[in-house]
Design a protein around this ligand. Structure first.
Ligand code: SAM
Ligand code: SF4
Length: 332
């Protein structure tokens, strides 16, 4: 079967799948407190998600990331991991991973490991319980820390992701570095992206990572290293801790030229770019026939429309988010 190559010659080998738009947290930069979620009837079933992912794997996708919303709140989600693991067993798929807020890891870490997951990303913006509550609104810090411990014990490699938030956690990056590296975890810092309406003003939250990096250099020696995970993060080694620190800078540095990914929502809509509205409906061709011929050609057609890059802008004049949908729809 033909590999997925877009009009700019980029090979699409990475699919991120949002299995639910729902979440047990309401992080202030991600959601408003009173979100309207998709009607359950619009969701792809787990069997349909499996078929969808498998069609991409047949077209050369090597890496699948399950995300959300909070993926681990979707009922019976481990079934999907176990089903997709058959592609790991045949070697066609190289990696099956997960991005999670950590709240359900005490329950699922071992089962994830048993299903074939090797690495997970856990979002953790602060190490202070009161701050954690105010950033996530509904999250329980102790529960997430216990989840991280469970994942560690199960032998899952952990990368922590922290969104850099002006006035909220900007005084804590050194602590996060010490914590992550002390436990043998990578840490990645992420700039806020203007996606979806939230209750506040994003310009109040936006903190360019160029500033964070400059501040960290007063305290640490940051050595550029060629390490890449196939994603947009640029890594340095922190000489004092020996650990890896990544920077994801969609706002201050456009990383689109090496983009290898597309994103599927829980209703079967494919977004070819995180920062653009253009999308393709894959649910209709999936449901239209039992074999995957229609789906395969709809995927090819979608990839032929993958845009060159995103148009994110955050400034005081642009009050509207650059894209209307929330990050929880496509999973980041
Ligand atoms: N619920 C899971 C979690 O929090 O890890 C998975 C989905 S969440 C949407 C994926 C990642 O996107 C998280 O690391 C979160 O911090 C990040 N995120 C959400 N909204 C964002 C925004 N507007 N800008 C930058 N990152 C965002
Ligand atoms: Fe939920 Fe993740 Fe969004 Fe926080 S960032 S509200 S945990 S989907």
């Amino acid at each position: 079967m033909r590999a997925l190559v877009d009009p700019y010659g980029r090979h699409v080998t990475y699919l991120r799948v949002s299995v639910t738009d729902r979440c047990d947290f309401r992080c202030t930069y991600c959601m408003s407190e009173h979100m309207t979620f998709l009607p359950k009837k619009d969701l792809l079933s787990l069997e349909e998600l499996d078929r969808m992912c498998s069609a991409f794997v047949a077209k050369g996708v090597k890496k699948l990331r399950i995300t959300g919303g909070e993926p681990l709140v979707r009922k019976n989600i481990l079934w999907l991991f176990r089903a997709l693991a058959r592609h790991l067993a045949t070697g066609v798929l190289e990696e099956l991973t997960l991005t999670t807020n950590g709240s359900q890891l005490t329950k699922y870490a071992q089962e994830l490991k048993d299903a074939g997951v090797r690495r997970i990303n856990v979002s953790l913006d602060t190490l202070r319980p009161d701050r954690f509550r105010s950033i996530t609104r509904w999250g329980d810090f102790a529960e997430v820390m216990a989840g991280i411990d469970a994942a560690d014990r199960a032998g899952l490699a952990i990368k922590l992701n922290a969104v850099a938030l002006k006035g909220l956690n900007e005084d804590e990056f050194a602590e996060l570095i010490e914590f992550a590296h002390g436990r043998g975890f990578d840490l990645t810092l992420i700039e806020t992206m203007p996606m979806g309406d939230i209750d506040g003003d994003r310009t109040d939250q936006y903190l360019p990572l160029s500033i964070v990096r400059a501040r960290l250099m007063d305290r640490y020696t940051l050595e550029d290293i060629p390490f890449r995970t196939g994603g947009p993060a640029r890594y340095v080694r922190v000489r004092q801790t020996g650990g890896r620190l990544g920077f994801i800078t969609p706002m201050t540095h456009n990383f689109c030229e090496s983009c290898n990914r597309v994103r599927l929502t829980c209703t079967g809509t494919l977004y070819m770019c995180l920062g653009q509205d253009d999308a393709a409906d894959l649910r209709t061709p999936l449901r239209a026939s039992r074999d995957d011929a229609l789906l395969a050609s709809a995927i090819d057609e979608a990839i032929s429309r993958k845009p060159k890059g995103h148009d994110f802008v955050i400034d005081r004049r642009t009050k509207q988010p650059a894209v209307a949908r929330h990050m929880s729809v496509t999973g980041g």
